[in-house]
Design a protein around this ligand. Structure first.
Ligand code: FES
Length: 121
């Protein structure tokens, strides 16, 4: 399956790169950036980033189940991801839509502009 059409990256490429990255001593987090760097590829439009991340973590789970990568390394990665997600900066909730701003009390009143249509600014 093609994951990235810009850099032509398949799920098999991602699996191989995850295996290589996770086999390194003190393995870095296998983010899409790290994995693409391992493949010597570079994202262009980044439209594949969500699918790439999903595929990378699915491949990591699969490789762990098949005994090809150390379960301790996987546990460490999952723990670090969980820590990243739970950092206070990430927990800030933003309203979906900002409330309309009230006009300041000193705002000029709308003025009628010419013509008989009575349109206003
Ligand atoms: S689809 Fe992957 S960078 Fe564009």
């Amino acid at each position: 399956m093609i994951v990235c059409s810009c850099a032509y990256v398949t799920d098999r490429d991602l699996e191989q790169a995850v295996l290589e990255v996770m086999s390194q001593p003190d393995a870095p987090l296998p983010t899409p950036g790290v994995i693409y760097r391992q493949l010597q590829k570079k994202m262009q439009c980044c439209g594949c980033a969500p699918l790439a991340a999903e595929t990378i973590y699915a491949k990591m789970e699969d490789l762990e189940k098949r005994g090809l990568i150390c379960p301790c390394a996987c546990a460490s990665v999952k723990s670090r991801i969980k820590d990243l997600i739970n950092t206070p900066e990430r927990r800030v909730s933003r309203p979906l839509r900002s409330a309309p701003r009230a006009l300041p009390a000193s705002a000029p009143a709308r003025q009628k502009i010419g013509g008989s249509s009575g349109s206003t600014l």
